[in-house]
Design a protein around this ligand. Structure first.
Ligand code: MCN
Ligand code: CUM
Length: 806
């Protein structure tokens, strides 16, 4: 070995593989304004489309007159439901088995619903034309409160379904009922409650909110009449699914549809579904023969595409006097708005709400969810939600605190007492999941020790005494949360979208000089896949991450995948990447054996190549092997070095975390100051600790927003009150607290690299943690539950209800 030979550490470091805090390669273009977003794409002759929308939440449309608009110079077309009817495109199927009006078909069912699509030479003209379109309405009675939806005299919100007693997910109880979904052992659970020494019951609402990515939803459709080919650029979290849906709806063969998701400026679930804007842009391009772009504005985004939550959960826990939980019973009233357009896997009308037993060893449980229609925008699965895991975690984490309060127990101790123990994994939950792995006690203990939990409780006690003596008007809250996530949809036995199993894929191609292009079925919207996927390949194949290019989002080149949401990319596409790399590695081993003139079995892998066992001087690097694959492959072996893998995971992955929030609340102003927020996450093997930290920071910031103020609210006539950033709380660096992050590592036993997802964890754990802190602050004054969001006004009102104001 001469001085120039790199050490093992140097060879390892040069790869920037898994575990490395590699800087985000995509940020080079993002931070210089060189990203390529849909709105940056300009095609020759491109037209612009925009919607006439309803100002009413519920009304019959008596007349639409577009004569004046059509006469305006620059207007090319005005499309209404009547024009879509001959094409069969005035309604579209939703991912939840319902149908949704693309353009209002004689009836509007929520404010800002799409009525007509105006196509013109530019956005100024579309806006002017929209003003010229006359729509005559006949107002109908409005329902915004889901609790009134199923009243006997409630107006029929979906006349198109009148008389349908069976929906996509079974019987309907009422004309505004969508589905009832139940799971668990009801008789056994009811018995546990009859036997219980202690029970609690609380209606816990998780209000309606919205992901509001900075880039709104957009599409640019271009139909080539000569070739009969359709190209659609769009903000798609799941481009392949959009291609399949576009083919099924338009009857254009799937190979003649090119769906391309370029850079995306945040998705957060807002860009999973299929929207009227996509369909109208496509139709308009087919009709006009020119490219048509549709770009949502902020108000349209907040008020129409993909709301989040609106779950009203009545939770009951049965327990012993010592605080051992014996049963959980939950009923959910789920407000899905005017159409059931929830983007869940087909068989899961309430997503993975049945993770509501959380991190605790409930012997029995029962969950029932009723979905109902209201005159509000459709959607429902969005915003770092993991298919309703956010709602489930909020429900159980609030309920556990309420139980602790009733028992007079410390909420952290109550959790410790009921955690699933390490030796119980894989753990079969009462509501049907098999948790793959976890060490909850270890994580909780580490978190408590790090923040000095007992000392904080002592300080809080002293503060409460001082408050009672009238020496301070500030009370202190300590939010405790321990969440279990379920991500990685999913095993084909559980999960499909429109019948397509939710696998994911990777294709890796090594070039002769040893550099790599790799493509996946996932699609980054800011998560940093270009950085992290290269790290997995770097470690698996011994090629430096900088020599690996990652490409996602082009359905012509990427293998078919189900896209990025539900924190599924690492659990599913991440696994496919490792498996594809291992196929290549197997072939590389054959090539290396041939080059070194030994048997394959005499070789062992060593960081960046194969070496002969017992004779490490004799070795071939992956780079050398790559050259040989194209230059002198072993006789009988096909040349080249590439592989594809489609990965159908055997199970979901179950990340978890322990979060603590320390808060000081001024009862006179209602202002809550976050003193500390500590988040310990366990997402198994960590691919890039810096990216994980970024994901946690972002998710916690969104959790802070949701818990402390963000809301899509409606007045009783269905006017949406949170449709601009004037009214919708979007925290900036000024409001956002400082985050402390930490971790433990419990690898997933079934994932090829042991990694679990993390993208949504901070929102799943963060929201209950903030809410528990607010509730914990007021607990000693006799309050059990204060509904979110906890903005200063509502906190002030809570204080007033407790008699703290004159
Ligand atoms: N990662 C890692 N080690 C792990 C797990 C993840 O280094 N053990 C890295 C991954 O390699 C990836 C990132 O963390 O770069 C997120 O991975 P994962 O948890 O698998 O989540 P997805 O890539 O599937 O992203 C989806 C998730 C969801 S559903 C929402 S919503 C959300 C989130 O990601 N939307 C985001 N984070 C977001 N971050 C940004 N910037 N923008 C969004 O729109
Ligand atoms: Cu549920 S929001 Mo994410 O799954 O895109």
């Amino acid at each position: 070995m001469n001085d120039m030979t790199p050490t093992r550490e140097q060879r390892e470091a040069r790869l920037e593989g898994m575990g490395c805090k590699r800087k985000r390669v995509e940020d080079i273009r993002f931070t210089q304004g060189k990203g390529q977003y849909v709105d940056d794409i300009k095609l020759p002759g491109m037209l612009h489309g925009d919607f006439v929308r309803s100002q009413y939440a519920h009304a019959r449309i008596k007349r639409i007159d577009a004569t004046k608009a059509k006469a305006l110079p620059g207007v090319v077309a005005v499309i209404t439901a009547e024009d879509l009817k001959p094409l069969g495109l005035h309604w579209m199927p939703t991912l939840a088995g319902d149908v949704q009006a693309v353009l209002a078909d004689g009836l509007v069912s929520f404010q800002n619903q799409e009525i007509a699509f105006v196509v013109a030479e530019n956005r100024y003209i579309t806006d002017d034309a929209i003003q010229l379109i006359e729509v005559e309405y006949e107002e109908q009675p409005v329902i915004v409160d889901p609790f009134r939806s199923m009243a006997p005299d409630a107006p029929v919100l979906r006349p198109d379904l009148a008389g349908k007693t069976v929906g996509a997910h079974g019987p309907r109880k009422h004309h505004n009922h969508i589905f009832e979904w139940t799971i668990g052992d009801k008789p056994a659970t009811d018995e546990a409650f009859r036997q219980a020494e202690v029970t609690i019951k609380e209606m816990i609402s998780y209000h309606r909110t919205h992901p509001s990515p900075l880039e709104t939803c957009q599409a640019l459709a271009s139909f080539d009449k000569i070739k009969g080919e359709l190209t659609v650029y769009g903000t798609f979290q799941a481009p392949h699914v959009i291609r399949t849906v576009a083919s099924l709806l338009s009857k254009i063969p799937e190979h003649k549809i090119h769906v391309i998701a370029p850079d995306i400026g945040g998705g957060f679930g807002n860009k999973v579904g299929a929207y009227a804007g996509y369909i109208c842009a496509i139709v308009a391009s087919i009709v006009t023969g020119l490219p048509v772009k549709w770009v949502e504005d902020r108000m349209e985004n907040l008020s129409t595409t993909s709301f989040a939550r609106d779950y009203h959960m009545t939770a009951e826990i049965a327990a012993t006097k010592e605080g051992k939980v014996t049963g959980l019973r939950v009923h959910v009233l789920a407000d899905h708005g005017a159409f059931d357009a929830c983007a869940d896997p087909s068989k899961w009308p309430a997503g993975f709400m049945n993770i509501v037993t959380g991190s605790y060893d409930f012997p029995v449980a029962h969950l029932a969810v009723d979905g109902v229609y209201t005159n509000k925008a459709p959607g429902g699965v969005a915003y770092r939600c993991s298919f309703r895991v956010t709602e489930a975690a909020y429900c159980i984490e609030r309920a556990m605190d309420i139980l602790a309060q009733k028992l007079g127990m410390d909420p952290a101790d109550l959790r410790m007492k009921n955690f699933i123990r390490r030796e119980q994994f894989p753990y079969q939950s009462a509501l049907g999941w098999e948790y793959d792995s976890g060490d909850y006690h270890l994580a909780m203990q580490k978190a408590m020790d790090t923040i000095g939990y007992r000392e904080l409780r002592a300080e809080q006690k002293a503060r409460q005494e001082a408050f009672k003596r009238g020496e301070t008007r500030e009370i202190m809250g300590i939010g405790v949360t321990f969440f279990t996530e379920i991500v990685g949809a999913g095993p084909s036995k559980n999960c499909d979208i429109l019948g397509v199993a939710m696998f994911d894929s990777a294709e890796i191609r090594i070039h002769p000089t040893g550099s790599i292009i790799a493509r996946m079925g996932s699609k980054s919207q800011g998560q940093g896949h270009e950085t992290t996927w290269a790290q997995i390949i770097a470690t698996e194949l011994g090629i430096p991450a900088d020599d690996i290019m990652i490409e996602e989002g082009n359905t012509d080149t990427a293998p078919y995948g189900l896209g990025t949401y539900g924190s599924r990319s690492t659990p599913v596409a991440g696994a496919a990447i490792a498996m594809a790399a291992r196929k290549i590695k197997n072939k590389a081993q054959m090539i290396a054996a041939h080059l070194l003139e030994v048997s394959e079995y005499d070789l062992e892998w060593d960081i960046d190549g194969f070496r002969v066992k017992g004779n490490p001087e004799r070795a071939k690097t992956m780079k050398e092997i790559a050259w040989a694959a194209y230059n002198s492959p072993p006789p009988g072996l096909e040349p080249g070095l590439e592989a594809v893998n489609y990965y159908d995971p055997p199970n979901m992955t179950y990340p978890f975390g322990a979060y603590f929030c320390v808060m000081d609340v001024d009862v006179d102003t209602g202002v809550a100051k976050i003193r500390r927020f500590y988040a310990l996450d366990d997402c198994g093997t960590r691919i890039n600790p810096m990216i994980i930290e970024g994901q946690v920071h972002g998710g916690l910031t969104e959790a802070f927003a949701i818990a402390m103020g963000q809301e899509i609210k409606y007045d009783e006539t269905g006017n949406v009150l949170g449709a601009s950033f004037m009214d919708f709380f979007l925290p900036t660096a000024v409001e956002t607290p400082r985050w402390e992050t930490d971790f433990t590592v419990t690898p997933s036993p079934h994932h090829p690299i042991g990694a679990k997802g993390v993208g949504e964890s901070p929102n799943v754990g963060g929201v209950p943690c903030f809410s528990n802190a607010v509730n914990d602050a007021f607990g000693f004054l006799g309050s059990t539950h204060i509904q979110m969001p906890h903005d200063a006004w509502r906190i002030w009102e809570a204080a007033k209800r407790l008699g703290l104001h004159a």
